[in-house]
Structure formats: C-alpha cells, structure tokens
Design a protein around this ligand. Structure first.
Ligand code: FES
Ligand code: FES
Length: 160
C-alpha cells in the first residue's frame, strides 16, 4: 500500500486540507482533488506551460512539482487572480487584446505573464517573447499575447 500524508495548502487565500500520496503533483491536487480546473494539463511534462501557477509570486509549472513541497507557500491559480468582479490587470489586457482563440493555454499564459511582470526583466517585445517561450499556444495567438503583456508593463511604467 502507498503511504498517504495529510497536508495543508494555501491556495488563493484559502487553506485546504488534503490527504495525498507524496508523489502527487500540485497540478493533480488542484484539478482532481480541489476542483480548481483552470490550470490545464497540456503535456504533464513541463513542455507547454498550460499548468502554470504562481507560488509566492513566482511562476511554476505545477505538473513538475510535488504538492507536498509547497505546504508553506502562497499558491495562486488563475481562479485567484480576479478580485471579485474586477479582473486582474493581466486578465483585462488579454481580453482587450483578444489574446486567445480556443483559450486552452490562456490560464497558463496569464499566470506566466503575471510572473514575468513580477520578475521585472522584460524591457522589449523580444524580451516578452523570450520570457513567455515556455508557454505554448497551438492557436498561434502569440502577437496578441505580446501586446497584452506589453500593455501591462507599460501601464506599470505609467503608474510609477
Ligand atoms: Fe505542465 Fe504542460 S502540463 S508544462
Ligand atoms: Fe488556443 Fe492558445 S488560444 S492554444
């Protein structure tokens, strides 16, 4: 029999107690145990970015990390970005720029883009493309995604 452990995860400001096997990924806990299905399972191998979430503000492929490693962290998924009816600025920018088609990659793109802004390294469109290259979009919405991320970066500059 596989051993099961009791852990607590703080996700989108709410503490969740779950019993899991230590080898369960964070993505599987989110989707299969907590019904937080906004984070997508594209490849389950770190290749597509559809599962990207924020852990203490840093973007992480949740398919590549074990849930048990994050019991002390603040985890944010796409479901946690909006404040009530107010979209997060990155969500609003994706809507304004039509930065999706089928939408499958979009939760991961948006979480990754929020992480990119937090990192503070992107200065140009080329930087945005490079720093978003871990997030694959099969629909090819890349130009609009770059526009959306640039809008948020420039908005931050204007606000500073
Ligand atoms: Fe995690 Fe593809 S599902 S990177
Ligand atoms: Fe369809 Fe990106 S919008 S995969």
């Amino acid at each position: 029999p596989n051993s099961v452990v009791d852990i607590k995860l703080r996700i989108n400001g709410v503490e969740h107690a779950v019993k899991i096997e230590p080898r369960v990924t964070l993505l599987d806990v989110l989707r299969e145990r907590l019904n937080l299905t906004g984070s997508k399972k594209g490849c389950d191998h770190g290749q597509c970015g559809a599962c990207t979430v924020l852990i203490d503000g840093r973007r992480v492929n949740s398919c590549l990390t074990f849930a048990i490693m994050h019991t002390d962290a603040k985890i944010t998924t796409i479901e946690g970005l909006a404040q009530g009816d107010n979209l997060h600025p990155m969500q609003a920018a994706f809507v304004a720029r039509d930065a999706f088609q089928c939408g499958y990659c979009t939760p991961g793109q948006i979480c990754s883009a929020v992480g990119l802004v937090n990192e503070g390294h992107a200065k140009s469109d080329a930087d945005i493309r490079e720093l978003m290259s871990g997030n694959i979009c099969r629909c090819g919405a890349y130009p609009n995604i770059v526009d959306a991320v640039r809008d948020v970066l420039e908005g931050k500059k204007d606000a500073a």
